[in-house]
Write a protein that binds this ligand. Structure first.
Ligand SMILES: [Zn+2]
Length: 309
């Protein structure tokens, strides 16, 4: 962990400078104290909403189980499968020059950050799950990678100063917040002028209205949004909401919301996410699913939104 990167941190509540003393950070003006746990500054005090606490607990349980596996091997296989195609798509909108700062929101075990840091970049990851970050740190330490900072906290209320990052990435994160505008505004706040926020989200299309219902997706559309939310949270008591609360978006909505959050330019389009549909046992069906998800806009699972501050 590169402690000089502590300079990026501030109080998540009042955004004032923090004092670093005896294994924790303290905010003078509001008197809040944030512990440093196994080397990871922990601001998860800011996760207060019931739904968010629930998904935080679920993610921690998942990563506690993952800790029993060979983490380095797992991360290397994620790297091999996803790094190249993902990074190619992101860097169409922003090249990361040496010395610039990369932030991943909802970074999990941070395979992407590990790859970039090995290439000499400086990477910062934030996640609500301390267990995920402990695994990420384990890998960084094992491989003696120095130029990184991991922070446990709330993406809606980040402990980072204004205008800090050059490139920000979120893989399937912002669809999990009820108020999309609040989350996008927070991303805009921590980016430098000219910085880019690149996020991938579920696409609102025939796919999200049909088969994505198996995991309880809610389309962000007038009237329908309330209906689907009522159906999933009240009638089915969230039985199918596999990833917790999750929205899908149209491209025009994403452009509108990023503009309202203060971004100067926004691009959207298909995100190529290397789906293999392993869970479909029938070969013909699997081929058809891959074909539709790749070639038919009615079934694209994910889209990207790349917005410049
Ligand atoms: Zn404060």
């Amino acid at each position: 962990m590169n402690k000089t990167l502590y300079r990026l941190l501030c109080c998540p509540y009042c955004k004032n400078e923090l004092l670093h003393k005896r294994g924790s950070f303290v905010c003078g003006p509001c008197g809040k104290k944030f512990p440093i746990q196994q080397g990871i500054p922990n601001f998860s005090l800011t996760i207060e909403e019931k739904g968010m606490r629930l998904s935080q607990r679920k993610w921690n349980e998942k990563y506690e189980k993952d800790a029993k596996k060979d983490v380095v091997k797992e991360i290397k296989s994620l790297d091999k499968k996803f790094f190249q195609p993902t990074w190619e798509q992101i860097t169409k909108y922003k090249k990361l020059k040496p010395g610039r700062l990369f932030l991943e929101i909802g970074c999990g075990t941070f395979y992407l950050g590990r790859h970039l840091a090995l290439d000499g970049q400086t990477v910062i990851g934030i996640d609500m799950s301390i267990e995920a970050l402990k695994l990420a740190r384990l890998v960084f330490e094992k491989e003696k990678i120095p130029n990184y900072l991991l922070v446990c906290g709330n993406v809606l209320n980040m402990p980072f100063k204004h205008n800090s990052f050059d490139l920000l990435y979120g893989a399937g994160v912002i669809e999990h917040f009820r108020d999309t505008l609040v989350s996008v505004k927070e991303l805009q706040r921590v980016l430098k002028k000219g910085g880019v926020a690149y996020n991938t989200v579920p696409y609102l299309n025939l796919g999200s209205l049909t088969y994505r219902q198996v995991w309880g997706n809610i389309p962000r559309l007038p009237v329908l949004e309330d209906l689907f939310a009522f159906f999933h949270t009240r009638m089915l008591r969230a039985k199918h909401m596999r990833f917790g609360y999750e929205l899908s978006f149209s491209q025009s909505y994403l452009k509108k919301i990023h503009k309202r959050a203060g971004f100067s330019q926004t691009n959207t389009g298909q995100f190529n996410c290397q789906l293999d549909f392993d869970y479909l046992k029938n070969k013909t069906l699997r081929r058809l699913a891959i074909h539709l998800a790749t070639h038919s806009r009615l079934f694209w699972p994910m889209i990207y939104v790349a917005a410049t501050k």
